[in-house]
Design a protein. Structure first.
Length: 225
């Protein structure tokens, strides 16, 4: 029985190390490639000009850079689109744990020069340097009897934004089926994706090295048995 437990312990060390290696490859290779591809995609697309808003082709992939039009109605405080997360305490790595409780992403109007582009959908992602507001300065974890601290992150009127999507037919002409709305301009988005790719490579390398050491240690003790 004792020998069986030792064998399981060695196998666990080997498998644990291989899992770390796989995670490192996933982050450092595939995750970094996805971020780099997003940056390259934004670099390839020229921002749609005000004059071209109504002359694109249906299904065309476009990049729109402008500001949140002031005519958009606030949905909470001054947010015209937002997500609300509730604080759940800290995880095993002592990091703050937030759980999304509400998502409000209506079809916004984006001002481009002296014209506006209507979003056609309400399921886009919110990214970038979003405005944040919390209902309490202190953090209170959610329990069965008490609500946790709520964190709102979103967009306000006149905020600079950038979006990538496809042109579809809207009620008043062409509209944008947006994949995401990024709080910031095109240059900031490209920089954030490039920085993310670099960070993922570093994290992936660390996981790969740690996993490789654990896997080799597990293999060594397994062979030595």
């Amino acid at each position: 029985m004792q020998g069986c437990n030792r064998l399981l312990g060695r196998l666990f060390l080997l498998l644990f190390g291989l899992c770390f290696v796989a995670l490192g490859v996933g982050l450092g290779v595939f995750g970094a490639q996805a971020a780099s591809a997003s940056a390259a995609r934004a670099e390839r697309l020229t921002p749609l000009s005000a004059g071209a808003l109504g002359s694109g082709a249906l299904g065309q992939e476009v990049l729109v850079e402008g500001v949140v039009d002031a005519s958009n109605q606030p949905r909470f405080r001054n947010f015209v689109a937002y997500t609300m997360d509730e604080y759940q305490g800290r995880d095993n790595n002592d990091r703050q744990n937030w759980d999304e409780r509400e998502r409000v992403t209506p079809p916004l109007l984006i001002a481009v020069g002296n014209r506006t582009m209507q979003l056609a959908n309400n399921n886009y992602r919110l990214e970038g340097n979003l405005v944040e507001w919390r209902n309490s300065e202190s953090l209170t974890a959610s329990t069965v009897f008490e609500e946790g601290t709520k964190r709102y992150q979103g967009l306000e009127p006149d905020a600079t934004v950038m979006s990538i999507g496809t042109l579809v037919r809207g009620q008043n002409g062409l509209a944008l089926q947006a994949e995401f709305i990024f709080a910031g301009n095109r240059a900031a988005y490209i920089a954030s994706q490039q920085e993310g790719a670099f960070a993922l490579r570093i994290v992936g390398l660390i996981f790969g090295i740690v996993g490789g050491i654990l896997a080799l240690a597990g293999l060594w003790v397994f062979v030595r048995r």
